[in-house]
Design a protein around this ligand. Structure first.
Ligand SMILES: CC(=O)SCCNC(=O)CCNC(=O)[C@H](O)C(C)(C)COP(=O)(O)OP(=O)(O)OC[C@H]1O[C@@H](n2cnc3c(N)ncnc32)[C@H](O)[C@@H]1OP(=O)(O)O
Ligand SMILES: CC(C)C(=O)C(=O)O
Length: 564
């Protein structure tokens, strides 16, 4: 028993590669992608996909643009065998797509695998065996020469079987499983054994696929391992160097990216990082990371939500709301300063220019996502996001000082409710704050108004303190005349009116900022009507009611302080 359990583990030795070159490289083109959703992804599910689900996902992978798809492990199950046969017999493999199938290095399994794919135009057969010390010792009970013999024997066996079917263009993929946990010399020897047994040459290529079967070190270590192999494998020009990262340490994407910088030509992974344990590398993230660096990934994620829903349906696994690019929340900002910057960014973005909306690494529209969910409002939100939503969803453009005032009202509400506010809820709050008549006896209710032809005199039909009355006022316009009619010491500091909506549904929204003698500060009022005059009169009444409420509040708090 360890007194300190962390002592049970050993660090993975760094690779001696002082002259490494990968750190100063960049990724400039898409790799050859292989989707292993139907194999490594499938073998990691509670319930492996049935033929129908496999077909649905296969078609989606083809649509996305994968040119190599690992479609199963046909020697392992009848479902996989039948699925592979169906693809071939029903001619469901497009000319530019090559299917791959996996098998252990066992003669009977290789024979059954060849049965499954014979007749295909092209096929990649993926043979693997683990090479790391723990697997040699614990799983296979083999020394290194025996492992080499295993490779040689089974690659030769596959060569013999596939040579009997020249109608198919066969490619061998050899994977030294557990590569990242093995001595580099042993992995290299296993690969060279496979290369030799397959007879690699200009017309006989091989894919050497190097996995982090279990991710066990920082991704720079994997990059060193790949660069080392890239330098040592021969004949390198006839070898496609592939990587197959897993994500046990959460660095599968970084490992794939560094590996490409270190010489990998090909990347194997799954959509949204499905796969054994913590998943295979997420090809969506790797591809879209590339996209945001101006490199075409050659995979189509222009409807990422559609892809996500199909992946979820086929795997029965949910995608985390914060999953890069695809999660429900990744184009959503709750916090005030982010909302403010995004709002300004959208306004400033040149539709033909370089993307530079702050806090959004990619244009949501490029992934088929709308801006609808970009900004959401909760207690962390500020005026930027609130005014963005009010403008976009309700056509309400508030002056800056009103944005500040209304965001404080929203904040009180979200603090109390501890929930998010939808666009509709925001509108209800705006309506209750500025447009509705306060539910107090003293509130001024304006039932009707009549303006003279010259616009300088007004007659108001109002109820004040429960008494219905007619008031008259004069001024150089309807606002001044309304203030005069109400007989209140109001000073109008700012007025604006604009249309919300268009056509028959257009409404005028009038906004007034005013102060009142004896009341601290100014406040806003608003009026909304199909008639612009009515909107202005209501805005004056609104601000008068709000200032009055503020005075009452002031008086109450003074009375409280005096009593205390
Ligand atoms: C890292 C990866 O993802 S590798 C892919 C793993 N995927 C799968 O295993 C899914 C499909 N596999 C299966 O359904 C089954 O494993 C089958 C049908 C292929 C084989 O089943 P079984 O014959 O019952 O054997 P089982 O899977 O238990 O394999 C264990 C045996 O295979 C050997 N073995 C394991 N991997 C390999 C390999 N790559 N090459 C040769 N032998 C292997 C083990 O050493 C063990 O041998 P032993 O019985 O002499 O001790
Ligand atoms: C590449 C194969 C053998 C694999 O699935 C793995 O090592 O994770």
């Amino acid at each position: 028993m360890h007194s300190n359990p962390s002592q049970k583990y050993q660090p993975f030795a760094p690779i001696a590669l002082a002259d490494r070159t990968w750190p100063s490289r960049t990724i400039t083109k898409a790799p050859i992608w292989l989707s292993t959703d139907l194999r490594d992804g499938n073998q990691a599910l509670f319930e492996p996909m049935n033929g129908e689900r496999k077909m649905q996902l296969y078609k989606e992978l083809v649509r996305i643009g994968f040119k190599q798809i690992e479609v199963g492990f046909p020697a392992a199950s009848q479902t996989d065998f039948d699925f592979v046969r169906r693809l071939i017999d029903e001619d469901l493999i497009p000319d530019d797509v090559t299917i791959m199938v996996m098998t252990q290095s066992r003669e009977d399994l290789i024979d059954r695998t060849v049965e499954a794919v014979k007749g295909a135009r092209r096929a990649i057969v993926h043979i693997y065996n683990a090479v790391a010390p723990a697997w040699r010792k614990i799983v296979f009970n083999m020394d290194v020469p025996q492992v080499m013999q295993l490779v040689k024997h089974h690659v030769s066996h596959f060569k013999m079987r596939s040579d009997a079917h020249p109608e198919t263009e066969w490619t061998l993929q050899y994977s030294p499983e557990t590569f990242s946990s093995a001595e580099l010399e042993v992995s290299l020897a296993a690969c060279q054994t496979a290369i030799e047994a397959w007879g690699v040459g200009p017309d006989r290529k091989i894919i050497i696929n190097l996995p982090t079967t279990v991710e066990n070190a920082t991704p720079n270590v994997f990059a060193d391992q790949i660069e080392w192999m890239h330098r040592h494998l021969v004949p390198r020009e006839h070898i496609v160097l592939s990587v197959h990262p897993h994500n046990d340490r959460g660095t599968g994407v970084a490992a794939a990216e560094f590996a490409m910088m270190a010489g990998a030509d090909r990347v194997e992974g799954c959509l949204f990082g499905n796969g054994e344990r913590c998943g295979n590398v997420d090809v969506v993230t790797v591809a879209l990371n590339m996209y945001t660096q101006g490199v075409d990934p050659e995979l189509d994620f222009s409807d990422i939500t559609g892809v996500a829903r199909i992946a979820e349906e086929c795997t029965s696994l949910p995608i985390h709301p914060r999953h890069p690019y695809a999660g429900d929340l990744v184009f959503t900002a709750f916090s005030g300063s982010h909302q403010d910057a995004i709002k300004k960014g959208f306004a400033a973005q040149d539709p033909n220019g370089v993307w530079e909306v702050p806090y959004l690494p990619i244009d949501p529209a490029d992934l088929g996502r709308t801006y609808d969910s970009v900004i959401r409002v909760n207690s962390q939100s500020g005026k930027g996001g609130i005014s963005f939503l009010m403008e976009r969803e309700h056509g309400v453009v508030m002056p800056r000082r009103m944005q500040v005032e209304f965001s404080a009202v929203v904040q009180r509400q979200t603090d109390a409710s501890e929930t998010e506010m939808t666009g509709d809820a925001l509108w209800k709050l705006f309506d209750a704050t500025y447009l509705a008549t306060p539910d107090t006896a003293e509130a001024i209710v304006c039932h009707a108004h009549h303006v003279t032809h010259d616009g300088h005199s007004i007659e108001l039909d109002v109820t004040i303190n429960g008494v219905r009355q007619t008031l008259q006022g004069e001024g150089n316009g309807p606002i001044a005349a309304t203030v005069d009619a109400l007989g209140l010491p109001l000073r109008v500091d700012h007025y604006e009116e604009r249309a919300t909506g268009s056509g028959a549904n257009a409404q005028a929204l009038a906004i007034i900022e005013a102060a009142m003698e004896g009341v601290a500060g100014s406040t806003f009022g608003a009026g909304m009507s199909a008639n612009i005059m009515t909107a202005s009169v209501q805005a004056v009444v609104s601000v008068a009611n709000r200032l009055h409420a503020r005075r009452v509040g002031q008086e109450e708090s003074t009375a409280d302080t005096t009593a205390a």
